[in-house]
Design a protein around this ligand. Sequence first.
Ligand code: ATP
Ligand code: MG
Length: 473
Amino acid sequence: MKKCLDHPVFRVISDIVTRRDVSAYVIGGFVRDCILGRDHSIQDIDILIVGKGIEIAREVASSLIPKPKVSIFKRFGTAMFRYGDMEIDFVGARKESYSPDSRKPAVEEGTLEDDQRRRDFTVNAMAISLKRESYGAFIDPFNGLKDLQDRILRTPLDPDVTFSDDPLRMMRAIRFATELDFQLSTEVEEGIRKNRDRISIVSMERITTELNKIMMADTPSRGFLLMDKTGLLAIILPEVYTLKGVETREGKSHKDVFLHTLQVLDNISRKSDNLWLRWAALLHDIAKPATKKFMPDHGWTFHGHEFLGSRMVPRIFRNLKLPLHERTNYVSKLVALHLRPIALVTEQITDSALRRLIFDAGDDLEDLMTLCEADITSRNPGKVRKHLNNFKFVRLKLKEIEDKDAIRNFQPPVSGEEIMKIFGIPPSKTVGIIKEAIKDAILDGKIHNSREEALRLMYKLGEEIGLKPADQK
Ligand code: ATP
Ligand code: MG
């Protein structure tokens, strides 16, 4: 296991803990990912000290050049610093006991094995010794290495205890299974199903952190299928859970919106690492259950699901304690617009419709097109190709119009203040009507997007409704 210790910082730690005669280990995710050969932009390294971690952290930091600033968390007996592209945490070995109504354990000092036992999964409990006489020794009392090779998540203790003690571990299980492409052991899956309701004692922020990591995995659908299978989905994201199922009437069925949504999410994840675009994919059809109707002539319809869905986004984000208003607006907007490019294909591609889409989508137009392309989930490859070609054509047309008309982030060439000043009128509905009429004329191609033509139209509109320019009164 020495290959995981080739960074010089491990030698520095080794010298110090050897001199002080304390045992120290690298443990957890770093060991797991080193064996798996996973790359990270920032290495997050956990150093376990049997004894007090804070002093060791200070001494290690003092021996490094340049000397990093150590952050100390006295209450937890931990310390950390950043060094180059590494974030190094020092923790004292702990033994924990939990009471049923809280995630906060009573903590006392423990041995290496006590500490390994309290870890979430066997593959996260492997340790490598740093002290000189045993440098590089691999300590794996729960056979994490075998589970790593078998790509399976097991808990060091009975999963019922592990999950009941800290229910966040249920989300972590599904997140690791998704990120690493591992299976849950049967016992782990059972343990989650049994303890699923205890997720309610975990703060929503921490759940959402795991959820976002699931969203950012290569194939996020894996996590959603596992959340569904174990019963967590209905608790955490009831709106997504409700997408499940197929109804048939008069021999006509609609597709399972949950499975379709997961396909769209996986499709978009192959194209983009934008977390919020992925959220838009997850929520694009979120109002289908609420708008579903069976029309004897047409079959199943979901009329207006894009608008209702876009209005559901803020509440869903609020419940998840997802931050950032501006992200909510972005996701709402993409949900609201997700049918527009399709309408362009099926109806008629007029310049006016293209300009309006550019105007409404603004800088998010490319993301919207990416979402629409990901939304094609037909099993018929011929159909998929046809739809993709249609969108290619729409993209081409959009570019043509954009190059010509500069509609994106369109600013009205005549402002409301100007209209009021020129006609000498107070703020009123009339001002809005004139402004809107100028915008429509530009988007419909009746006038060019120029100040001169806009002013000319403004005077003409004013005259039609009996307004006189103030300087001629
Ligand atoms: P990643 O950094 O990719 O999220 P990680 O395994 O390093 O994965 P961290 O959250 O950084 O995860 O935690 C470091 C280690 O601490 C884990 O490997 C695990 O041994 C332990 N750990 C973290 N959270 C828990 C928990 N809730 N219960 C038990 N052990 C945990
Ligand atoms: Mg980590």
